[in-house]
Design a protein around this ligand. Sequence first.
Ligand code: F6R
Ligand code: MG
Ligand code: MG
Length: 400
Amino acid sequence: MNERKFKISTFKILFMKVTISHIKADIGSLPGHTVVFQPVVDEVRTFVKENGKSLISDFYVSSIGDDIQITMIHDKGIDNADIHELAWNAFKAGTAVAKRYGLYGAGQDLLKDAFSGNIKGMGPGVAEMEITPRKAEPFIVYMMDKTEPGAFNYPIYKMFADPFNTPGLVIDQNMHDGFVFEIWDIIESKKIFLGSPENLYDILGLIGSKSRYVIKRIFTKPSHEKIPDENVAVITTDKLSFIAGEYVGKDDPAGIVRIQSGLPASGESLEAFSFPYLVSGWMRGSFNGPLMPVSQKDSKMTRFDGPPRVVALGFVLKDGKLSGPVDMFDDPAFDGTRKTAMEIVDYIRRMGPFEPHRLPEDEMEYTTLPHVLEKYKGQFEPIEGAVRKKNLGVTTREMD
Ligand code: F6R
Ligand code: MG
Ligand code: MG
């Protein structure tokens, strides 16, 4: 490549960055945590359309269950105050409509009164990435309801690190070096970058604990021939209870995954959802259940407030404009997955309030246990001859 040509392409790359911002919130539903109400969705859409003209080049408003989702395209980078404020104000406008109709949970996820520069930590979930768009830039927005950010750990791992899901990792030269996982410890507010396949078992060691270690982003490696060192997937990791200090509703997550040409193919990305794996966050944010892939029209939460569902919308981005979406799970190819999911529902529901259907005590969104213990305080008697376990914490098995 001659020097001039190199300069031109560097110049072009520098000025061609585009940002995809996906921001979502539950601002009220009908009749209760079930499904969004069309006039509220319409208000959010109209607000973004009328107030985003000078800020964004395109957008799409969608929903899953009781959550409204705004996907925006712009050139302002991630964490941009104007973009976040646009989404915040759109949700505020939608909340006013929700209140007018007396919707259940109107304004539920808007935890602060006034916008203060960044929507993060204010209630809505945020997933954003700044990218250098390829000639064709296809991506899928995944949205989940009645679950938590860690629900993305399993499918993202399958897409970007499991050759049995994504044979491209083996047979596509551009994927063969693997990817970099940015993993957040959402309890300690720390993050770590680990490469796959070289750190595969360590990655799994962490992300198997999905209520604590969550995948935030996936990057290509610098050796990737087509898109070196780029952000190719991002997930919302916002925990409402950490913000409000108490249970205020579930942190139903969403994620953006770029696909094709050195990345998981569209079908490799979807394949990760062909097994209805168990996620937490169902009924009262306190139960495990299978994640069921559904079409947009089937994204309402009915049986036992669920079961937890995922919707996938496929887009192509060109010159700041979106084509699509394609409702990816609106397909009989996923009927088998849905049937298995409902068999798991019938099975697990019979356990009622018992673990592992019900979550362990410390992961439940709310519990009456402290009240029950208080009520019977002083009535618990020592068990004769029993030795009290000193260390109730996690122990490491020692080899001799
Ligand atoms: C779970 C969820 C619902 C509610 C349940 C009780 O994430 O949103 O299952 O937890 O319907 O709701 P409240 O307490 O608002 O009556
Ligand atoms: Mg809700
Ligand atoms: Mg929800």
